[in-house]
Design a protein around this ligand. Structure first.
Ligand code: TXA
Ligand code: MG
Length: 389
C-alpha cells in the first residue's frame, strides 16, 4: 500500500554528493541534466578541471563556456567577492528585468569579467566577458549548491554531435571520458539557452534558444531594440564564437526542407528525393507537418514496427518500394507543436543514427525569426549538409 512509497529506499542525495565530490577533487568532468540539454560540468574556478571539459569533448579551446550558478548570491559574489545584502546589486541594471522574468530558465547573459577574475581563464577563452546562467532544473541547482562552486558547462555531447537530451545520449558520446552522469530523465526544452549580450548598444541575441526573442523584446526597458546577431561577425570573429563551428550533426547526411518547400505538398518533395536515391538503403524522415504517407510513391509496405528510442521518440520502421529498389524507411513524427519539435529534435536525429540511417530528410518548421521555431531552424540549418528552399 502507501507505506512503500514513503519507505526510505536509501540515500536519495547520494548520487548528487558523489557528483559534487568528483567535481571538487578530480579534473574529470561530471555530466548533469538541465532543462535545456545535459551539461558537462567542471569547477569554473580551477584551470585543470576546466581543461578536462575541452579534453573530454574534443572542443576547440577558443569557444567559451557558460558559467552555471545556483542562485543570484553566487553570481553577485563572482562579480564582487565580498558582496553582502547591504551592497548595491553588481549585476548591470539592463539585465534586471530579464532575470526577474526568465530566471531560473533557458537564458544566458554576458557579464563583464571582474579584475582579478574569479574564473579560470580557460572558461572565457580569454574574452573580457563571461556567460552566466541560472538553470531551472532542481537537480542542476542542487549539484551547484552542494559543490558550492560555479560550474562551467557546455552541452555534454562530443564536439559536432547533436546535443544530448538524455543521460544515455551522454554515455553514447562520452563514456570513459567523464566521472559520472547524473540522470534526471529527458530534458524539457530540448534546445540550448538563448545567449544575450546586454553590454552592447543596442542589446543583442547571440544565439537563439529556449527563450524566444519576441518574449525578450516584450520585456521593454531597452530590450525592445534587441537585434538578432547570431550570424554576425565582427572583425572576422563571430560574436558568439561557438556559432562558427560545425554542429549538431548525426553521422547520416541530413537534408533539410525549409517549411515553404515542404508545406502543402504532403511530403511529395521528400518522395521525389527518395526516388532519386542511388546508394542509400536506409532513409530516415522527420516530419513536423502533420501529414501522413498517402498515395505517392512512398507507400509503406510490409511489416511496420515501432521502436521507442531514448527520450521517448517513436520511430516507425517500414519498407518502401521506389522504382528499381527497396529502401528501409524510418519515420519519426514530431508533431506540429514547435515545443514538441524542440523537445524531440536531437533525440530523433540520434535515434535515426542509431538505427543506421544513411540519409535523414527533415521537414522544417516555419521560422518567423523570433520564436522557439527560430532556435529549432538555427540548429537544423547547422546540422544539414543540404538545404532545399
Ligand atoms: O542551454 C545551454 O546553454 C547549455 C546547458 C548545458 O546550459 N549549454 C551550452 O553550452 O549550450 P555550449 O558551450 O554548448 O554553448 C555556449 C555558447 C557558445 O555559442 C559560446 O560561443 C557562447 O555560448 N558564449 C559563451 N560565453 C561567451 C562569451 N563570453 N561571449 C560570447 N559568446 C559566449
Ligand atoms: Mg554545444
Amino acid at each position: 500500500g502507501n507505506r512503500k512509497s514513503i519507505r526510505n529506499e536509501g540515500d536519495v542525495l547520494a548520487p548528487i554528493r558523489e557528483a559534487a565530490h568528483a567535481l571538487l577533487t578530480t579534473p574529470i568532468p561530471v555530466a548533469f541534466p538541465t532543462e535545456t540539454v545535459y551539461g558537462l560540468g567542471a569547477d569554473a574556478t580551477r584551470s585543470d578541471a576546466v581543461r578536462g571539459i575541452y579534453a573530454a569533448k574534443g572542443r576547440p579551446s577558443d569557444n567559451p563556456l557558460i558559467v552555471h550558478v545556483c542562485d543570484l548570491t553566487m553570481l553577485r559574489r563572482l562579480l564582487k567577492p565580498d558582496w553582502t545584502e547591504e551592497d548595491p546589486d553588481p549585476i548591470p541594471p539592463i539585465y534586471h528585468p530579464l532575470i526577474s522574468k526568465f530566471w531560473p530558465g533557458p537564458l544566458t547573459i554576458l557579464l563583464p569579467l571582474p579584475e582579478p577574475s574569479p574564473l579560470a581563464p580557460e572558461v572565457t577563452a580569454h574574452l573580457s566577458t563571461f556567460g552566466a546562467r541560472l538553470p531551472a532544473s532542481p537537480l542542476a541547482r542542487s549539484l551547484i549548491a552542494l559543490t558550492n562552486r560555479p560550474l562551467a558547462a557546455p552541452s555534454a555531447n562530443a564536439s559536432t554531435r547533436p546535443s544530448p537530451t538524455t543521460a544515455q545520449h551522454v554515455r553514447d558520446d562520452l563514456d570513459g571520458r567523464i566521472s559520472l552522469v547524473l540522470d534526471g530523465g529527458p530534458c524539457d526544452v530540448g534546445v540550448e539557452s538563448t545567449v544575450v549580450d546586454g553590454l552592447s548598444t543596442p542589446p543583442a541575441v547571440l544565439r537563439p534558444g529556449g527563450v524566444g526573442v519576441e518574449e525578450i523584446r516584450g520585456v521593454g526597458k531597452g530590450w525592445e531594440r534587441v537585434v538578432l546577431a547570431w550570424g554576425e561577425v565582427v572583425k572576422g570573429v563571430p560574436r558568439a564564437p561557438g556559432m562558427k563551428y560545425k554542429h549538431y550533426s548525426p553521422k547520416a547526411r541530413v537534408v533539410l526542407f525549409e517549411r515553404g518547400a515542404a508545406q502543402g505538398t504532403k511530403g511529395r518533395m521528400i518522395e521525389e528525393e527518395v526516388g532519386k536515391l542511388r546508394e542509400e538503403k536506409t532513409v530516415g524522415i522527420i516530419r513536423t507537418g502533420g501529414w501522413e504517407f498517402a498515395g505517392g510513391s512512398l507507400q509503406v509496405s510490409g511489416e511496420r514496427r515501432e521502436v521507442i528510442g531514448e527520450g521517448g521518440v517513436v520511430v516507425v520502421e517500414g519498407k518502401t518500394i521506389v522504382p528499381g529498389k527497396e529502401v528501409k524507411l524510418l519515420d519519426v513524427d514530431l508533431g506540429q507543436d514547435v515545443k514538441g519539435v524542440a523537445h524531440g529534435l536531437f533525440a530523433a536525429l540520434r535515434a535515426l543514427d542509431g538505427l543506421g540511417a544513411d540519409v535523414i530528410y527533415v521537414e522544417g518548421v516555419e521560422d518567423r525569426g523570433e520564436d522557439l521555431a527560430a532556435a529549432v531552424m538555427n540548429r537544423l540549418r547547422k546540422a544539414a549538409s543540404e538545404i532545399r528552399a
